[in-house]
Design a protein around this ligand. Sequence first.
Ligand code: UN1
Length: 534
Amino acid sequence: MDSRAQSDTHPHTLILRNWIAGKPETTGSSTESRNPGDRDDIVALAPVTGPDDVRRACEAAKGAQGRWAARPAPGRAQILGRLGKLLTQRKEALSQFVSREMGKPIKEARGSVQEAIDTAEFFQSEGRRLYGQTVPSELPNKELMTYRRPVGVVGVITAGNFPVAVPSWKIIPALLCGNAVVWKPSDDAPGTAALFGELLRAAGLPPDLVSIVYGGGAGSTGEHLIDQVDAGLLQKISFTGSTAVGRKIGEVCGRNLQHPSLELGGKNPLVVLADADIDLAVDGALWSSFGTAGQRCTSCGNIIVDGSVMDEFREKLLARAKTLRIGDARSADIDYGPMINARFLDAWKAQRQVGLDDGAKLLLDGHTIDKNSDYTHFSGNAEKGHYATPRIFDAVTMNMAIAQTECFGPTVNLVTVSGVDEAIAAANATPYGLSSAIYTQDAHLMHRFKTEISAGMTSINNSTTGAEAHLPFGGNGWSGNGTRESGIWVIDAYTQWQCVNVDLNGQLQLAQMDTEELPEPQLDDWDALDSSGK
Ligand code: UN1
């Protein structure tokens, strides 16, 4: 018995089983994962995991973690390198599956699988470093050194918009550092999680090292997993999702004196200054705002434009936004696909009235696509998918609710400012601080923006998205709790430092007490220094 089977009645539907302590397990209840572009297509049936099963998964992970941590780091890393090779071999199949299950255009799906490959390759070589330090002692014949030690069992909770890349950002470095993982993937993409889990095991990871428990978030499996922090069975949570849920996780971890990794929301600004290359800025704004149907934490929320170029920018953005091609995610000829789920679609629908109540103007009135829609650039099946056309609000000011609140969908605000000071102030005027972008050709203004913006990620003359596997990813303020994913920085999230001293002196020596005393400085003649110059 494996972690998945093919349905007899629906041959395209995967029947998933939890993977707990190295074995597949069936539970009573299950949920469906449907293709958001074709709601008749049931991609997977996944269990909903109750508290007892989640607890067992965490208990079992402890033993697996100890055995894994005892393996030398380069050996652990070698397995992760093999994962990278397996992902490369299966890239197309996995990308097609991602696209079908959560509705990301196939080109983007390939890019997101590539991000996981890059992550595996990066951490394969990091296993030959995972450096500690040698440190000089204040005492003779004594050696000091530092080691990175694993944290323990890590609970990983991920979102559906990057169902391979973001889990890989967490699981790969967590494992490299000698931890075990209990993963609750998004209920929007359980099938993708099952395939990724299979590749992890095929690469040679001990089967009991990564458990996968399916289910929902609030009031469901995600919450049961968080409960294991209070139960003492998890030493860390790594979460990507909403700021509201991140706060709750932070509270639970805080009272247990743990430091979770929280990658949360954003209301990312893209600034266009008077001297910008407007066509380039329109390209970046269009992609940042509507790429992935606006369902990235790095999507642009506010486009902040200098008044002197606003008319030109607005006209060009509007003309392009009206022609965005929307349709089935696996078609090569679309700009964006369906909304990932009905919840995101409903929140996006509700945002329209919020903007109107704020007093903002609808420059482009986005709407859901149904069989009566006349949107000419649509190629999907309107009756079967969650589709939405682009929405642009104009005359937005930073005190409006729509300027302050993240909305995961194809919507963006135009904010007019005068000069760089106002532009930077507007860009900093939300409680978030994930990504940011500026378009200018002036090196001094680039410098001002990158030093004065509060954001974990800043692009100059590029869009608000576009993480790379070896750069720190994360944000300030409401966008997280200061931890970063990826690159060498994430290693701090999955290790804790141990310092060791080795005393070769043969006699007890005490730090700060048995150190050599220096003679008193002799500087009496300084009192006689005459600085008058006479
Ligand atoms: C997210 O939306 O949670 O840079 C992550 C980007 C992507 C990652 C986004 N590579 O937009």
